[in-house]
Design a binder for this molecule. Structure first.
Ligand code: 5AD
Ligand code: SF4
Length: 441
């Protein structure tokens, strides 16, 4: 069967999509075709904000029309599947199966049952799910590999649906993770990103090794040149973890550290477990340890109860930290969550106006950070041809910034030194250093 997976959402979802693709290939199916001509379409969903849900339901309308015209098996996976459980078949009676994120290993079973009288579903999430340990084939990312180290979240930030749809935290055995990374290295993967909703809680309360110890062990695996992880919770960043930056050979000088708001009142309503000054202390400690570290974050504007002074506190925090980049969102009320019952709803116009002020300020800060790279020589891991110009190459610095430069194809998948000659809003322009004392031909 030819399959196509449409994916929404975060890096965890990207990775789940790769896992599902690998399970399907192992069962004799072939990737290919698109929404228009595949025999099986799986939609891997996200419900973190309302917009992602709306996109999903409009795609399902298209798929329903497609199914009237051809033999098509449709499966829904991911967070909306888990959120709606059996209710999804009432809303979308034409789908053939639905699996929660902890049940994606059951796709073959779902397909065997697809022609049955009733749709197949699986939403159990009672720990030790084999979905956590599926090792995807290296399907599409060259020298970059992603490894799930934990899943779920126990934090219950008041706005967030993740604990309800991804369940409680569950860590994967370190021996299994290390074996997967070693196997990736043997396949030529040089950059590894560790994935989890809250990686700093890895193995919390277990006898297995801590997250910093895991980083140290991965750092020692021959062949691995770069190590990254997402996502971190500021309250769980330990001194031992901060001490890994600037010390471990492979650990890249970048961290994604969502702050969500700069106002203590809003942080408390969000149940984040830290104040703005505690967040700043972590930033100072990270920069003391590793001056070059690039810090990116997530932030929500228009949270219930946010007034102008709260928003200004957020803007002040941005100015103080001067992040390399921020993903910013307007608060979106979500089913099950505590914040959805909070008073003080911010009118949409006000929320949009704040978001645009926020993004305008961040654009200038990011541009400034990128311009400050001009004149520096940096190590770039070359990922392939540049998106906008096929004659150019694109790669990333250890700090995660995109660099476009003229180079030759043999550099693809290699680490090369590049001189940064210009910083733009979203990328850097570089050039290969000229050989000492002579012109390049
Ligand atoms: N509304 C807006 N943004 C949200 N996020 C999570 N839940 C919501 C919500 N209900 C954002 C947070 C989180 C990122 C992944 O998505 O900033 O860090
Ligand atoms: Fe959601 Fe908070 Fe958990 Fe992140 S830490 S996944 S924002 S509940």
């Amino acid at each position: 069967m030819r399959f196509f997976i449409e994916n929404f959402g975060c890096q965890m979802n990207d990775h789940d999509m790769e896992k599902m693709g690998s399970v399907l290939i192992d069962h004799g199916h072939t990737p290919g075709g698109g929404l228009e001509d595949a025999d099986l379409v799986i939609v891997n969903t996200c419900c973190i904000r309302e917009k992602a849900e709306q996109k999903f339901y409009s795609l399902m309308g298209r798929l329903q029309r497609a199914k009237r015209k051809r033999n098509l098996i449709i499966g829904v996976t991911g967070c909306i599947a888990q959120q709606e459980k059996e209710g999804i078949f009432e809303r979308l009676p034409f789908i053939d199966f639905s699996l929660g994120p902890s049940n994606i290993h059951r796709i073959p079973e779902a397909l065997e049952n697809a022609s049955g009288a009733s749709a197949f579903s699986a939403f159990a999430d009672n720990g030790r799910s084999p979905s956590l340990t599926i090792r995807p084939h290296n399907t599409r990312r060259g020298i970059k590999g992603y490894v799930t180290i934990m899943k779920g979240c126990n934090n219950f930030c008041s706005y967030c649906v993740v604990p309800y749809v991804r369940g409680r935290e569950e860590s994967r055995a370190s021996a299994d993770i290390l074996a997967e990374v070693a196997e990736m290295a043997s396949r030529g993967i040089t950059e590894v990103t560790l994935l989890g909703q809250n990686v700093n809680s890895y193995n919390n309360g277990s006898d297995d090794i801590s997250f910093p110890r895991l980083l140290k062990k991965i750092d020692a695996i021959p062949g691995i040149r770069r190590l990254r992880f997402v996502t971190s919770h500021p309250k769980d960043i330990s001194d031992e973890l901060i001490g890994c930056f600037g010390t471990l050979r492979t650990l890249c000088e970048s961290i994604h550290l969502p702050f969500q708001s700069g106002s203590d009142k809003i942080l408390s309503l969000m149940n984040r477990g830290y104040t703005a000054s505690e967040y700043l202390e972590k930033v100072v400690a990270l920069r003391e340890r590793c001056g070059d570290i690039a810090i990116t974050a997530d932030c929500i504007v228009g949270f219930p109860g946010e007034d102008e002074s709260d928003f200004e506190a957020t803007m002040r925090l941005m100015e103080t930290v001067r992040f390399d980049g921020i993903f910013s969102f307007i608060y979106s009320p979500r089913k099950f969550t505590a914040a959805s019952a909070l008073p003080g709803i911010v009118p949409p116009d006000t929320a949009h106006e704040r978001l645009s002020r926020f993004q305008k300020l961040q654009r200038t800060i990011t541009l400034d950070a990128n311009r400050r790279m001009e004149g520096r020589r940096v190590e770039v891991l070359v990922e392939g041809p540049s998106r906008n110009c096929a004659e150019e190459l694109m790669g990333r610095t250890r700090s995660g910034k995109i660099v476009n430069f003229t180079g030759d194809e043999s550099m693809i998948y290699k680490l090369v030194d590049v001189d940064i000659i210009k910083g733009y809003a979203n990328s850097l322009r570089g050039e290969i250093p000229k050989p000492e004392g002579g012109k390049r031909c």
